[in-house]
Write a protein that binds this ligand. Structure first.
Ligand SMILES: [Zn+2]
Length: 130
């Protein structure tokens, strides 16, 4: 099995969960403040809808929560190891910088993780278009 056929590839490359070819988000919009949340309606390669029903990504909030919890723990461990004493204000400041700095990545990662739970890879999908 090639890496491109794995679900991990779809999640890390933020590609269509069905064909692993089409991009879920338009190119060049990751750190655009007004466009980082804009998502393609369907896959350009296999026509998989990226929002199959209204409110589909409600559950992605829980994935985002888990990702942010991992950031919190990582920041807490890093500050504890790197500095002798950390005040609460310093901890909050670093957490805010990390969480807001990584917000577009967390947003997209939580959505692609969520859709990969319900839409599975189809080896034959989208190969004729892309
Ligand atoms: Zn696709």
């Amino acid at each position: 099995m090639r890496f491109k056929d794995s679900t991990l590839f779809s999640m890390l490359a933020i590609r269509c969960p069905r064909c692993h070819e089409g991009k879920m988000f338009p190119a060049g919009t990751l750190y655009h403040p007004a466009k980082f949340m804009v998502m393609n309606k369907t896959c350009a390669c296999c026509s998989q809808p990226f929002e199959p029903e209204p409110g589909y990504y409600f559950g992605a909030m829980f994935v985002s929560y888990a990702i942010n919890t991992a950031f919190f723990v990582a920041v807490w461990v890093a500050l504890s190891v790197l500095t002798k004493e950390v005040t609460t204000a310093q901890m909050i400041a670093v957490l805010l910088i990390v969480v807001f700095g990584l917000l577009p990545i967390t947003f997209r990662l939580s959505r692609v993780l969520w859709i990969n739970i319900f839409v599975h890879y189809d080896l034959t999908a989208g190969k004729q278009k892309c």
